[in-house]
Design a protein around this ligand. Structure first.
Ligand SMILES: [Zn+2]
Length: 72
């Protein structure tokens, strides 16, 4: 059983069943406090879920316009 969960921020199934797991796609840290309130700022994320989603979307746009062949 993989027991993976969908990341609330980016929508990919990246999280393990453990609470406070960090998404490897968008780096959102899963936090039960955010499940009911996307505008709440809790824990180590430091930003609300809604802002994190916006940040992820903007990063996606950047990814599409930049050449990452030389990354890392
Ligand atoms: Zn994510």
């Amino acid at each position: 059983m993989s027991g993976k969960k969908t990341c609330l921020c980016c929508g990919y199934v990246t999280l393990t069943s453990e609470i406070h797991d960090i998404c490897e796609i968008c780096y959102w840290q899963d936090d039960p406090s955010c499940w009911d309130d996307a505008d709440a700022v809790w824990g180590s994320n430091g930003i609300s879920l809604r802002k994190a989603q916006k940040r992820y979307e903007e990063n996606c746009k950047l990814d599409q316009t930049q050449d990452f062949n030389q990354a890392i």
